[in-house]
Design a protein around this ligand. Structure first.
Ligand SMILES: *[C@@H]1O[C@H](CO)[C@@H](O)[C@H](O)[C@H]1NC(C)=O
Ligand SMILES: *[C@@H]1O[C@H](CO)[C@@H](O)[C@H](O)[C@H]1NC(C)=O
Length: 593
């Protein structure tokens, strides 16, 4: 399509109009707001919805998320949307009755999330049933780019112009769907538009074409028809000139006015040393902007600002900067325990709420109504396999109370990573008023406790009674495990009620004794990985007689805590003497060259 000189002037005017900034945005910082994720399911009155939107979008320039406007009456005033220049997700306009939406400065929809998985712009059912109100024109005169996704404009009874717009000039992905049907009668554009389509009836509503009018040499957008008038490749939506500073919108990132493919990285190559070094002028990606610092409430994750850290990282604050850092294993996760009237015991219905928990904020109770199920309240029996979820638990802030346990489980090794029971509000039984933090009672299947990581019970006592097959418990020094209350005077005597279990004599006679590698501190069960401490050395939680000081392919040294650790890979293996004294390469007896 050729443009007449008149059309070119007109285009220029239109472009200038698009660049007039609303007064609220005169500040240096770009005003960013978050969008919504409601789709068509909104809750609350339309008055409330409207107020929320007004609060969220007033003065906003970039919507980081979706712009959703649904079920609004014809008399609502949406002039607060005028400041929006960019929407990173999708735009949904559905079931409204107003005649025009004043998104007069919107230039780009990025489509990083799509409505219905397909559409960057969805305009649906905007008319009053049995009435005269409804959407007549799409107020999008500056929209020149949809970076991803298609367009769906259906069943807008009074909408007259949108169907004529050249959507292919706007959409980057030419294969995305364009579904336009059942809208109002087509009306003609202002004569000044010539053969250019329009967004509405006015002479300022002619579409700005920035792609279909370009010379073949431009493989993107242009600011004129000549081969020398192509936009920079980092531009989106069009441009005023050939440079990366002349773009209407940046395809990727806006670095203080220049469009770039990535923000200045946090690490850069030092051209002299060929090593990666911290970049003093590094910036972070914040949506489509490069910023020197992430905004408040955002976390630095690599080169980006994010509102929540990814699943394998946790939020930490260092020197006033909030960052996402790898958890190294499972990320800390605190979960609510049991013991409240509506959650008396772990059971088949609530067991999944303990997945990935590292800390139980509260207590854990195991009662027969949870383990065997409860016909009265329709709770099925608990699949014993499911108890494995507790493998991740390292801390319980209140108590652990086991009054029922699956009959085929001989130990409590699902708690093998439990290190500490805080006992903050120890259980007080009706009859004794004693506070117990660890209760294990009348479990006939139990032959050992298997709490191989438990090293401390901070407050409260232990009550382990009536477990007729239980051994090993009598090797544990419970007084030491409970500790003293430090400098505090002994407020409460710590009760150790360990009785009516299998007798020590019968345990010994049956061979249920600690592994020879355990120290005299005792053990939680059979085998060298159940010791409270080791007689000699340990490797990865298991007691061993020796480290590989003088033998083995990978030689070892012992830490001050008598743990066997491998020597550095650069150590040259020695015969007849230790290969290293510590983990570092500088601690090798002889370093391989
Ligand atoms: C880039 O951001 C600056 C503000 O830092 C803004 O004035 C300018 O219009 C933006 N440019 C583009 C192409 O989005
Ligand atoms: C549990 O953690 C694993 C590994 O981090 C993760 O893949 C999984 O989605 C998490 N599950 C739940 C329910 O949080």
């Amino acid at each position: 399509m050729r443009m007449s000189p008149l059309q070119e002037v007109l285009l220029l005017c239109a472009v200038l109009l698009c660049f007039i900034q609303p007064s609220s945005a005169q500040t240096q910082e770009v005003v960013v707001c978050s969008g919504t994720w409601n789709a068509l399911s909104v809750s609350g009155s339309s008055e409330m919805q409207y107020k929320l939107m007004k609060e969220m979008y007033d003065g906003c320039e970039i919507v980081m998320g979706n712009l959703e406007i649904t079920m609004m009456e014809h008399w609502r005033d949406f002039s607060f949307l005028k400041s929006i220049r960019e929407v990173t997700g999708y735009i949904l306009i559905a079931i409204n009755q107003f005649s025009r939406l004043p998104l007069d400065h919107l230039r780009v929809i990025r489509g990083t999330t799509l409505y219905d998985g397909r559409f960057a712009l969805a305009v649906l059912l905007n008319y009053q049933k049995n009435g005269r109100h409804g959407l007549q024109e799409l107020g999008l005169p500056c929209l020149t780019e949809i970076l991803e996704g298609g367009v769906q404009i259906i069943q807008n009874k009074f909408l007259s112009f949108a169907p004529q717009v050249n959507w292919l000039d706007i959409m980057k992905d030419q294969t995305s769907e364009i579904i336009i049907n059942n809208n109002g009668p087509q009306k003609s554009c202002d004569e000044k538009c010539g053969d250019v389509p329009c967004w509405g009836p006015g002479d300022d509503a002619c579409q700005i074409l920035t792609k279909s009018v370009c010379a073949a040499q431009c493989n993107g957008r242009c600011f004129g028809q000549s081969p020398s008038e192509c936009c920079h490749k980092e531009c989106a939506g069009g441009c005023n000139g050939p440079l990366d500073t002349d773009c209407f919108v940046c395809s990727n990132f806006n670095n203080s006015g220049s469009c770039v493919s990535q923000c200045p990285q946090t690490l850069i190559d030092n051209k002299h040393t060929f090593k990666l070094e911290p970049n003093p002028s590094a910036k972070y990606q914040y949506g489509s902007i490069c910023v020197a610092q992430c905004p408040t409430n955002f976390f630095v994750d690599g080169n980006s600002c994010v509102s929540t850290c990814p699943a394998d990282k946790m939020e930490v604050e260092k020197k006033g900067v909030k960052r996402c850092e790898p958890c190294g294993g499972l990320c800390p996760k605190a979960c609510h325990g049991t013991g409240s009237p509506d959650r008396q015991t772990v059971d088949a219905l609530n067991i999944d709420s303990f997945i990935n928990c590292t800390k139980i904020q509260g207590s854990l109770h195991f009662l027969v109504t949870g383990i065997k199920g409860d016909a009265y309240t329709n709770i099925p029996a608990l699949d014993p396999e499911k108890l494995q979820v507790f493998k991740t638990v390292r801390e319980i802030t209140d108590i652990l109370s086991i009054q029922s346990w699956p009959s085929d489980m001989p130990d409590l090794s699902v708690f093998s990573n439990l290190q500490i029971i805080q006992g903050r509000t120890p259980y007080r039984s009706m009859s004794s008023k004693r506070g117990y933090s660890l209760l294990v009672m009348k479990i006939p299947s139990l032959t050992s406790l298997g709490l191989s990581s438990l090293r401390r019970i901070n407050d409260g006592g232990v009550y382990i009674t009536g477990n007729k097959m239980l051994c090993y418990h009598n090797t544990v020094d419970w007084t030491r495990l409970l500790g003293s209350s430090g400098s505090r005077p002994q407020r409460r005597q710590k009760h150790i009620d360990v009785k009516d279990n299998r007798s020590l004599n019968r345990c010994v006679a049956g061979g249920h004794v600690c592994d020879p590698q355990c120290s005299s501190d005792g053990c939680w069960g059979p085998g060298p990985n159940q010791c409270l401490s080791c007689k000699n050395y340990s490797r990865g939680g298991t007691c061993v007689p020796q480290c590989k000081f003088l033998t083995g392919e990978r030689r070892e040294f012992a830490t001050v805590r008598s743990e066997c650790m491998p020597c550095h890979a650069e150590c040259e293996v020695q015969e007849g003497k230790p290969t290293c004294t510590g983990p570092g390469a500088d601690e090798c007896a002889v370093r391989a060259s």
